[in-house]
Design a protein around this ligand. Structure first.
Ligand code: TRP
Length: 377
């Protein structure tokens, strides 16, 4: 198993990651606390352990209880136009946090990162950032409390904090935590400071003035943890609180639970642009299941839910917890068949994708500008 911000290989052992990275598991006490503070049932991604780890979340909630301001920060590297359903997870969850706590969110589109790591021109990365921005807006963020920016566009405003962070971090530390070598471009060594800077409130004077004490909570997939370990190291030295984190597992590909879903094999992923027919065909043909090899065996032993992709995906995308539990019981005991579970999954995915398409179609250029060009220059 290996998890870095750029590659996830092998079956990921999340308990081991918590130990290796030094973050904390999210337990029911913490989830109960969030429910108490928001007066809402926790989002299913939290209740079902898909957001499973954190750093300093209790400290952030303490500050919240004291009435202190804080904000959310998440982001996306715009490497492709074709977003897949896995890309929605952090944004669905961030949007829930925003409405539950009524806080600002800043969303970084790292067009510079993708230029440095992928075979893309600057212009193409910028175009993809704007396209991806529409998908993000379609997740339902509150226009009054959301600021979306690209690194190319906002760099002049961020740059003071970027260089403050760069001065804090020795080259060896970046090489170590990000696994870079002497052959990598100098852009890659410099970039982590760019992803760390938005975790400091003074990067957004138009939102927080010159206040250094506004805390930040970053919802992200666990592979982004190294960036924020670095940010947490620097923040106190720059007079800021350490950013808190709430971290998720990865959605596996359809073909099996190893590694994270990657868009390079279209039969392994469900795109947000797929038609209902394509979704049904992909789920039917490619989803790896833990069902019994024969009908008799399946009836006798039930499905092995721990390796079953439809079951894992239903946990992420099926909001109805009663129905999910029913499926788990029936399928796990062999009364429900693999084919039936695939139908359930396809229906849920079709609903998610069709809802997304409709919401995205309503995002005009004017709407994008309203979320992005909010900066007072
Ligand atoms: N590096 C992330 C990616 O490749 C994008 C990103 C930037 C991000 N800032 C973030 C992700 C903050 C989570 C939180 O997708």
């Amino acid at each position: 198993m290996s998890v870095t911000p750029w590659h996830v290989t092998g079956r990921v052992d999340y308990a081991k990651i918590v130990e290796q990275f030094g973050c904390k598991s999210i337990d029911t006490v913490l989830i109960d606390r969030i429910e108490r503070l928001t007066g809402q049932t926790a989002h299913h991604l939290l209740r079902r352990g898909i957001f499973f780890a954190h750093r300093d979340l209790n400290e952030l909630l303490d500050a919240h209880e004291r009435g202190e301001p804080w904000y959310l920060y998440t982001g996306r590297g715009p490497s492709s136009e074709a977003l897949h359903v896995g890309h929605l997870i952090p944004f669905m969850f961030a949007r829930w946090l925003q409405q539950a706590f009524q806080v600002h969110i800043v969303i970084q589109l790292t067009d510079d990162e993708k230029f440095l790591w992928k075979d893309l021109t600057v212009e193409e990365s910028q175009r993809l950032a704007r396209e991806n921005c529409k998908d993000i807006i379609a997740c339902g963020f509150d226009a009054q409390k959301t600021f979306i920016f690209t690194d190319f566009g906002y760099m002049g405003h961020m740059y003071p904090n970027v260089v403050r962070i760069q001065r804090c971090v020795p080259m060896n530390q970046v090489r170590g935590i990000f696994g870079l070598s002497g052959e990598d471009s100098i852009g890659k060594i410099a970039f982590p400071a760019v992803q760390a800077a938005p975790a400091l409130s003074t990067t957004f004077p138009h939102l927080f003035g010159d206040r250094k004490d506004v805390r930040c909570l970053v919802p992200c997939a666990i592979d982004q943890d190294p960036y924020f370990r670095m940010a947490r190291d620097c923040a106190p030295r720059l007079g800021h609180p350490k950013p808190a984190l709430i971290e998720s597992t990865f959605l596996s590909g359809l073909r099996g639970l190893d590694g994270k879903m990657s868009a390079s094999d279209p039969s392994n992923v469900v795109f947000l642009s797929d038609t209902p027919e394509q979704i049904r065909a992909k789920v039917n043909r490619h989803a790896f299941t833990g069902g019994g090899a024969t009908l008799e065996e399946h009836r006798k032993h039930g499905a092995r839910l721990e390796v079953d992709v439809p079951w894992q995906w239903l946990n992420v995308f099926m909001e109805d917890s009663k129905r999910l539990e029913h499926i788990g019981n029936e399928y796990g005991s062999g009364r429900m068949l693999t084919g039936e579970v695939k139908v359930e999954l396809a229906n849920v995915l079709i609903q998610v994708v069709e809802r997304h398409k409709a919401a995205r179609a309503a995002v005009t250029d004017e709407v994008v500008d309203a979320f992005m060009l909010d900066v007072r220059t």
